[in-house]
Design a protein around this ligand. Structure first.
Ligand code: OVM
Length: 410
């Protein structure tokens, strides 16, 4: 293995594979991925991206099929551009995200005993109270930023306590998540910037995963206790806690941010939701994840030559899966560009699909639903009052600002 620069040059694709000169990590693409997706889907079920010499897929059928076939499309060689068989990973591999069976079966099985609906249910009254309180505060102000004053605030008020993280230094969580998600992409300016900015955050995260720094009754300590009973070592438990810290904040923050964007920009859907919240609150969040997927891309690596999407992909090839594009594939969804709270959004791949499907999806849903319930019972309407802005990330579709005004229900 060589550190840093990969010396490996992928062989040319088979003649039948469409070749695209598209860079999905360019600023233009990252700033507005949806305007580029149709070009990718139209190219074919599978294509070759010349700038990185990798395969890609952007249609729902193939993206789901690749995610489902974890034996052929493996994760242990990294779910970013770097192939861990040829390049040292920038941090020790995640025992969940960057693992295959049988290791993944053991670690995920253990974590499924920590992340349970029953355990989550105990948190919900407090989570709702906190969401209600936050929306009451925002109603006092009327005008606020739905990203910095809501989406970035609410998960920080519930998630770190759920894990039992040290009270000091929690503001390191988002920079650490941002860095990890940038690191799934190429070594571009975003990557370099993120690695410079997240040095302290990396140290804080490493120390916060240690048993002695986690509150006794919360989920971090529960990982260590469950690990003992389930054949995972304390060293593995420490790394598994890291997965919570990495994947738990920047994802939910942008999920809630896009939910707010969806509702604020679709007043008709907001009215539908208000007319029938008991049915539509759950659906609205699911649809917002389909409509704007926080995690836009993940990669897999082939473990054998495979016939896929009418092409032959060789062994040891990287393939980028465009989750956000699959979620708006017209072959799968009617009127895919429209945000419709009544749509059956199940089957979207915003949480992935198959054995790696998001471990924290219940947490994400309960957070978003608590916010949505607080809004629906208090707010008459949400109006966008200024320019929406984004921050670019190699993996996440992320918002930085969404100025809005809300008015109270009579
Ligand atoms: C992990 C991890 C990191 C980033 C994302 C993720 C979306 C998991 O460290 O396990 O899931």
């Amino acid at each position: 293995m060589t550190k840093g620069v990969a010396t490996y040059i992928a062989s040319d694709p088979h003649p039948g594979v469409p070749r695209l000169d598209v860079d999905p990590f360019s600023e233009a693409f990252l700033a507005d991925p949806y305007s580029h997706h149709e070009n990718l889907r139209a190219a074919g079920p599978v294509f070759w991206l010349e700038p990185y010499r990798i395969y890609g897929s952007a249609r729902h059928a193939e993206v789901s099929a690749a995610l489902k076939d974890y034996e052929t499309f493996c994760s242990a060689r990294g779910v970013g551009l770097a192939d861990f068989a040829r390049e040292e990973p920038w941090r020790s591999k995640s025992l969940l995200l960057e693992a295959d069976p049988p290791l993944h079966t053991r670690t995920r099985g253990m974590m499924n005993k920590v992340v349970t609906l029953a355990a989550l249910m105990k948190e919900l009254p407090l989570w709702q109270e906190k969401a209600d309180q936050l929306v009451d505060e925002l109603l006092q102000r009327r005008s606020f930023d739905a990203v910095t004053d809501l989406a970035e605030v609410y998960p920080m008020r519930v998630f770190p306590d759920l894990i039992g993280l040290p009270p000091e230094g929690r503001d390191n969580l988002v920079p650490y998540g941002t860095a990890t998600f940038n690191a799934f992409g190429p070594r571009n300016a975003l990557f370099e910037e993120t690695m410079r900015d997240a040095k302290d955050a990396m140290l804080w995260v490493a120390s916060s995963c240690k048993r002695e720094n986690l509150a006794d009754e919360a989920w971090g300590a529960k990982v260590y206790r469950t690990a003992e009973a389930e054949d995972c070592s304390p060293a593995e438990a420490e790394l598994l806690v890291r997965s919570f810290l990495t994947a738990g904040l920047d994802t939910t923050i942008n999920g809630i941010a896009h939910l707010m964007l969806a509702l604020a920009s679709h007043p008709d859907q907001w009215r539908k939701l208000q007319a029938n919240p008991s049915v539509l609150v759950k659906n609205a969040f699911e649809e917002s994840l389909r409509w704007d997927s926080t995690v836009q891309t993940f990669f897999r690596t082939t473990t054998r030559e495979v016939e896929f999407g009418g092409a032959v992909i060789p062994k040891d090839a990287k393939i980028i899966l465009f989750l956000g594009a699959a979620n708006r594939d017209p072959r799968r969804w009617n009127d895919p560009e429209s945000f419709d709270v009544e749509r059956q959004a199940a089957g979207h791949v915003g949480f992935g699909f198959g054995i790696h499907q998001c471990l924290g999806q219940m947490i994400a849903r309960r957070e978003a639903e608590a916010v949505l319930k607080a809004l629906v019972s208090r707010v008459a309407d949400i109006r966008i009052t200024g320019a929406t802005s984004r921050r670019l990330n190699n993996t996440l579709h992320a918002l930085s600002h969404l100025p809005v005004e809300i008015t109270a229900l009579p």
